[in-house]
Design a protein. Sequence first.
Length: 111
Amino acid sequence: MDALTRNIWTYVVLVLALVLLQYKFWFGQGNWRQVEQLRAQVQAQQAENRELLRRNKALAAEVKDLKSGVDAVEERARNEMGMIKSGETFYRVVDPEKKLDAPPPPDAPKP
């Protein structure tokens, strides 16, 4: 009977140790849910980093282009500032189907 009691206590201790380890895995700090949440956060951050890297490369290429040539500066001045070279004539082609929003007359009541 003494050997049987010793074996039972050994099994009880082993089962308790297993239960404590499982408790930490499922409910303790750093449990499986937190690990999955952190993995998802890492994936989202990596996707954002890839997008920012792509954007930085595009901006670096634009800066290099602006520093190296006048063509990029000229294109930017034409598109963003509406500048034209001396001796050029500017023509605006308006789609007759598209209704233009005209500014209200200065004496019109404000809404």
